[in-house]
Design a protein around this ligand. Structure first.
Ligand code: GDP
Ligand code: MN
Length: 387
């Protein structure tokens, strides 16, 4: 789960990390009022769940309150990487002398958190990592010990953080902020927490210019206050609906919708689609012993994904019965005519009964998983939606 900048900054602030004072606004008038309250100059910042807002024109400096209103009018409703801006964060502008990068994320290769610090801040960190990897200092704290002060300090030396921000407390210094940020990472079960840029201001004080916090969904139940901040993006709606129904559903980026019974079978189904030259649109396991309503709900979720151009239903019945699967599919077909072709491979318990029920229904049946996968892939790329 991703948080908005203003939410992430709130979490950082609670942990003692200095942030500029700011207000959230949903209208140009609210932005103007916020700017007068804070005292310009202020920055008006689009609140969407993506980075690179600056480059996209979603961040603007305002010297007066009425300028803040005009900027808010321009930014609200704007689309950044496909996401519509509904709110702006109005924040007192920083007096920037230098921009650093500070972040904590999971290093999957090392199976540890990695703390990264760089004096090349404000930019796309992936680009810095690719083009000037030596500019990023990294440390891998032992997860049981956490980030130790000496380790944070040696990161500062390695990155070349100026002495004033390393040693003296002018406001807070970088070592201190790194320790606090690591605490935020740990206490919130975060996947990533990042301050980019971390501003060194003209007076030497250090303050978070931006904040990104991504929390592990599987740990959200432990963090009620974060869960309350959850906003479902349009492209996550299917996943949320599926979760609410108790399905294991993962959205992928292909166009062949997948339904199977049992996680292992669904994994093999993804492979079969891949082997047939196609790309799966999702992973959906309806579980063992799925009855008609569950199959129906599962098929509806897969069909609701606009990227889907064919659906492959792969059932190898053990405790799942072929007749129940067939009834579930027929229930969907009774309600609506699917906009894409359906391909089924039905075998195992009551497969014969299931196939009988499906006789005459508008779907393609194949005897084996590979044949069905090939047909689903062919139909998806043939592209002509059945109308
Ligand atoms: P991102 O592009 O989505 O990562 O948004 P950021 O919050 O990182 O802002 C991008 C850039 O906007 C920063 O690197 C700064 O150069 C600029 N910026 C952000 N806040 C301020 C501010 O308070 N004052 C000034 N002058 N520039 C700012
Ligand atoms: Mn940023």
């Amino acid at each position: 789960m991703k948080l908005h900048e203003f939410q992430a900054k709130h979490v950082l602030s609670e942990a003692g990390i200095p942030i500029p004072e700011g207000r959230i606004a949903a209208t140009p008038e609210e932005a103007e009022a916020a700017a007068s309250e804070l005292g310009p100059p202020v920055v008006v910042k689009a609140q969407v769940h993506v980075g690179g807002r600056g480059k996209a024109g979603g961040i603007k400096l305002a010297r007066t309150a009425s300028e803040a209103r005009d900027h808010a009018r321009a930014i609200l409703g704007m689309e950044i990487k496909g996401l519509v801006v509904h709110r702006v964060y109005v924040e007192r502008a920083a007096k920037i002398a230098q921009e650093l990068y500070l972040g904590v994320t999971i290093d999957r290769d090392r199976r540890r958190p990695v703390v990264m610090l760089s004096t090349v801040g404000g930019m796309d960190i992936e680009e810095v990592a690719a083009t000037q990897p030596e500019q990023i200092a990294r440390g891998w704290p032992d997860p049981l010990l956490g980030l130790q002060q000496y380790a944070a300090r040696s990161l500062c030396f390695a990155a070349g953080v100026p002495e004033e921000q390393r040693e003296h407390v002018v406001g807070e210094h970088v070592v201190d902020i790194a320790l606090r940020l690591y605490g935020v990472f740990q206490h919130n079960d975060a996947m990533t927490v990042e301050i980019n840029p971390l501003f060194i201001q003209e007076d030497g004080s250090v303050i978070a210019g931006d904040a990104k916090l991504e929390v592990d969904d599987s740990a959200l139940h432990r963090h009620g206050h974060l869960h309350a901040m959850k906003e479902v993006a349009p492209d996550e709606e299917q996943e949320e609906a599926a979760k609410a129904l108790g399905f294991s559903y993962v959205q992928l980026d292909g166009d062949v919708g997948i339904i199977g019974n049992g996680a292992g079978l669904v994994m093999s189904t993804l492979d079969a689609v891949r082997n047939a030259g196609g790309r799966a649109a999702n992973f959906l396991d309806v579980g063992g012993g799925a009855k008609e309503p569950v199959v129906k709900a599962g098929l509806e979720i897969v069909l609701a994904n606009p990227k889907v151009r064919s659906v492959f239903i792969n059932i190898f019945g053990g405790i799942t019965r072929g007749d129940e699967v067939a009834k579930g599919i027929l229930a969907v077909l009774a309600d609506t005519k699917p906009r894409v072709p359906l391909v089924i491979r039905l075998s195992g318990t009551e497969a014969e009964a299931g196939r009988k029920l499906l006789e005459g229904a508008p779907l393609v049946s194949r005897a084996t998983m590979d044949e069905a996968a090939a047909e689903a892939v062919r139909l998806a790329s043939a592209g002509a939606p059945v109308s």
